[in-house]
Write a new protein. Structure first.
Length: 507
């Protein structure tokens, strides 16, 4: 065997050749093995959720780390043995069952990376997850999570920054720019020919980050493609109809008559008022009293107290607030449109509409639209290849050169699958992992199937008026009941002929 499997601190022998690993961007990494317990005494069901590591015996590198997440078993007739099929999920699975209810604003959290650290401290540390390398993100205006899982929350933040995140084999959460996560080796495909048993093949050259050329002996067949079906140069991003605007200030002048002042949007929060630059007191209409002005959430009117001095044409009223507004933005790539127009003799416009009811702030919708625009080119070079050389992880950047196709670019590894195969070059029972890699240049775009699946699973995380969480605890109680029965003996039957009463018996 070429890999060591450890479950909950104990090494477990598995069937050679059954180890496989699957990993994709924004998804869990899963591994699986099959094994036989000849005694039938080991209960892997009791080990669900415990720590699992798979280590390469040759160089002691960790091929996988996570938890036991699924199992199937089958008895072997005529014996006590049990055959088990075990599936493991990497540590990001922990984030799938942790919900985030929190509000983060610029006053307390300057960057998105501060929010990531807060999520680790407040929600994930209890599961043994610590902060690894947390690179500085973008500026925060406001971020609200209202029941998203920690995975969804971290995905949202990473999407905004163009970052990636994962939890490594030491349970440390890493959050960094894609350009910071570099593959340990690169590929140079220069058309060097060699003859082997199956004919003529092109041998790739593995290039280390230092520029050293290493021949791995693995043949790599590069392939790529592009499609106008997934292309867009004009993005419409529709958010919720009750989104929240940035802080805005609206000014009006008095007319010596009115004491009600209409806003552009319905007021949501953070209302403040000045008259001629002098701050005025503000209260909630119908609740507070003795204030200069009043407002109510969801109302687009600011009310002046009836006892106040009516504003004249010489008075300027300034109202600062966050409003409730329908979110809908449009972003275009003018250069790309012009290029398509020239090539096709058309308008050159390719439009796509995205919707996200959880993006309640304007900057979230703008950031999402910009990300979609970056991710939907038609001429990106998707590349796939197979190799026996390990060390790669989804999310890494790898430089690939292929002179025949003019490829000389950094590629994002988006999918890695591995299966254990016998080493036919050796007489031993050694097994190696063979990796199938899929990667794209530029930022990764969701394929249409994944996009529609994600839309179908969208939940409404918007804040609802007067919403509170009622926390109910299930109580365990023991109730004892008892009763005491008293039994009295019946008196003897009387058969006295002197008392004979038509044959009746007396008790």
């Amino acid at each position: 065997m070429s890999h060591t499997l450890t479950i909950n601190g104990t090494e477990r022998a598995y069937t050679p050749g059954t180890l496989s690993i699957e990993s994709e961007t924004t998804a869990r990494t899963n591994a699986s093995v099959e094994l036989v317990d000849p005694t039938g005494l080991v209960d892997y069901a009791a080990l669900m959720g415990t720590t699992v590591t798979i280590v390469n015996d040759d160089d002691e590198t960790v091929a996988f780390a996570g938890v036991l997440s699924e199992y199937d078993w089958e008895s072997i007739l005529g014996t006590n043995a049990i055959a088990w099929s075990l599936t493991f999920a990497d540590y990001t699975a922990i984030c799938d069952h942790v919900l985030i209810f929190d509000y983060y604003d610029a006053a307390s959290y300057t960057l998105t990376s501060d929010v990531v650290e807060a999520i680790i401290t407040d929600y994930l540390a209890a599961y043994g997850i610590s902060a690894g390398t947390i690179e500085g993100g973008s500026s925060v205006s406001e971020i609200t999570f209202n029941g998203q899982t920690a995975s969804e929350a971290l995905n949202d933040i990473a999407k905004r920054d163009g970052f990636i995140w994962w939890i490594d084999e030491n349970k440390a959460l890493q959050y960094m720019a894609q350009t910071s996560y570099i593959a340990p080796w690169n590929i140079g495909y220069y058309g060097i020919f060699s003859s082997d048993a199956v004919g003529t093949a092109i041998i790739p050259t593995i290039v280390s980050p230092t520029g050293t050329f290493v021949n791995t002996g693995s043949y790599i067949a590069l392939g790529g493609g592009g499609s106008l079906n997934n292309y867009a140069n004009t993005i419409f991003q529709r958010g919720p109809k009750t989104g929240i605007s940035d802080l805005r200030t609206e000014s009006q002048v008095g007319d010596s008559a009115r004491i009600e002042f209409k806003l552009t949007y319905r007021a949501y929060s953070d209302v403040s008022v000045t008259v001629n630059a002098a701050a005025k007191t503000v209260g909630i209409k119908g609740i507070d009293s003795g204030k200069d002005f009043y407002w109510s959430q969801g109302d687009d009117i600011i009310y002046q107290d009836e006892a106040g001095s009516v504003l004249t044409a010489g008075d300027t009223l300034a109202i600062t607030y966050r409003g409730q507004v329908s979110m809908f933005v449009k972003i275009q790539d003018k250069e790309a449109i012009a290029a398509r127009a020239t090539a096709e003799s058309t308008s050159g416009v390719y439009e796509v509409l995205f919707e996200d009811s959880s993006a309640i702030y304007l900057d979230l919708n703008v950031s999402a639209a910009e990300t979609h625009l970056r991710q939907m080119p038609f001429d990106r070079a998707d590349v796939t290849y197979t190799t026996d050389k390990g060390g790669l992880r989804v999310g890494m950047l790898q430089h690939i050169e292929y002179t025949n196709r003019g490829i000389d670019d950094d590629f994002l590894l988006t999918s890695i699958s591995a299966e254990e195969l016998p080493d036919y070059s050796s007489d031993s029972d050694k097994y190696n992992l063979r990796y199938s890699i899929r990667c794209v240049n530029g930022e990764r775009a969701d394929d249409w199937l994944e996009y529609w699946r994600r839309l179908a699973g969208v939940k409404d995380y918007s804040l609802r008026e007067n919403e509170t969480v009622q926390i109910c605890n299930k109580l365990t109680a023991t109730v004892s009941m008892s009763s005491v029965c008293s039994v009295s003996s019946a008196p003897a039957m009387i058969w006295n002929t002197n008392l004979w009463d038509d044959g009746s018996a007396f008790w």
